[in-house]
Design a protein around this ligand. Structure first.
Ligand code: G3P
Length: 218
């Protein structure tokens, strides 16, 4: 499963991308608003930091407006993915952009049938929002499993980009369900390798080596 960071904060992306383990980035208007920076300028910088897809979301809700904004976004870099909402206008824009070879991420997916429609429209990525489905009292991970089954049944190549990830359990279940990408906030990314027994074990190794003067000589 690829790891994407779900943030528009360039400094944060730079910091975590230095690990070499960040494949791409997803942004949305709410995340862009938090930065207080010019959205296109931020996207330009982000595209130069990570090797994989960087989703920049259209702000327009009508087809013509989306296509105009997509023309600006696609000029930013080769790894930009235009993010459109799961509406009729969004899917129409998705189909037109995909036909021209543009990567499209269809966002705000809350049902398996919506995901099927996005795949039919040629989306490169579908973004089901796990956490928000859970918030609504439904089964977010069930949504990922259903989409996986549908895409596999019909051979759709659209990548399942699990979004609205709120916990390490979400990440583990996404891995087991066969999501292609997990996009997560930096605080979840940081926790991916945390385990108290790792910390405890390392402290013991360091202490034992120091006590017995174990060294590695060159
Ligand atoms: O990628 C979608 C994400 O930004 C939404 O997350 O936690 O606001 O539901 P959340």
């Amino acid at each position: 499963m690829k790891i994407f960071l779900d943030t528009a904060d360039v400094a944060e992306i730079r910091e975590y991308a230095a690990s070499g383990l960040v494949d791409g980035v997803t942004t949305n208007p709410s995340l862009a608003a938090k930065t207080g920076r010019d959205y296109v300028e931020s996207l330009k910088e982000i595209c130069s930091i990570v090797p994989g897809a960087v989703s920049g979301e259209v702000l327009a809700t009508d087809y013509d407006g989306m296509m105009k904004e997509a023309a600006v976004l696609t000029k930013i870099a080769k790894n930009i993915a235009v993010k459109v909402p799961l509406t009729w206008d969004g899917l129409k824009a998705c189909a037109a952009l995909a036909k021209d070879g543009t990567m499209v991420n269809v966002t705000l997916c809350f049902s398996p049938v919506q995901a099927w429609m996005a795949a039919k429209a040629g989306a490169s990525f579908i973004s089901p929002f796990i956490g928000r489905v859970d918030d609504a009292g439904e089964d977010g991970m069930g949504l990922i499993r259903d989409i996986r089954a549908i895409y596999d049944n019909y051979g759709f190549k659209t990548e399942i980009l699990a979004a609205s990830i709120r916990s390490i359990s979400h990440v583990r279940e996404c891995l087991l369900a066969g999501a292609d990408v997990g996009t997560m906030p930096s605080d979840i990314f940081k926790k991916l390798i945390s385990h108290p027994l790792t910390d405890k074990g390392l402290a013991a190794f360091v202490a034992d080596a120091k006590k017995a003067n174990v060294v590695i000589k060159g």
